[in-house]
Ligand binder design. Sequence first.
Ligand code: F6R
Length: 245
Amino acid sequence: MRIYEAKDYQEMSRKAANILAAQVILKPDCVLGLATGSSPIGTYDQLVEGYEKGDLDFSEVKTVNLDEYIGLDHENDQSYYYFMHQHLFDRINIDPANTNVPNGMAEDIAAECERYEELIRSLGGVDIQLLGIGRNGHIGFNEPADSFDKMTHCVDLTESTIEANKRFFASADDVPRQAVSMGSGTIMKAKKILLIACGEDKADAVAKSFFGPVTPEVPASILQLHSDVVVIADTAALSKCPGVL
Ligand code: F6R
């Protein structure tokens, strides 16, 4: 695992975008695993800039997103489908047919989870998976638990995640209670992992995930067992990691 320090959000975003850009240049038909939330917005802005400059071509790129709320349709501006179109897909030359977000409106969520897992397999797996990290160490919506979730599954969101995500909704009551998420096993199958973290409120999660024991109580800690992980975090997010700064 490599940990790179960035001085702030802007630098973290630039470094992360550089790695994703290199992937797209080296393998124009690569499969990018993507995330939502506050952390990747700057990274997506940088990728859009690369596209606008003519440095990046997304015409053959395929994407799979980590997760989606259950019960929010594509027009809902809090759905992850909407987020991805707003921040990335509608701003680059990607073919919408090559973009994939779990369908949180599926009538049969169990079947949707199986379909999504099979879809990733049929694409040949994820070349690089971009991840943020929750304050409780979650990745995707894999929350602290007694065991690691293996494959794409339906998740009951924890109170702490609902609390953290309510900033995007009118009130905590409006935050969906469930989501579809790639499992830790799905994430671990990606060929390369790129995790970004910014801010002091991520410092505990970053320290526990990468310097503590591997435990499902800290879902991101499983990444210690992956052979190709890059962490890009700002100084505040690294402030509790022993010997890094
Ligand atoms: C988003 C996701 C989540 C976020 C995490 C951090 O697709 O899967 O795990 O990456 O909650 O969110 P932010 O970046 O908003 O702090």
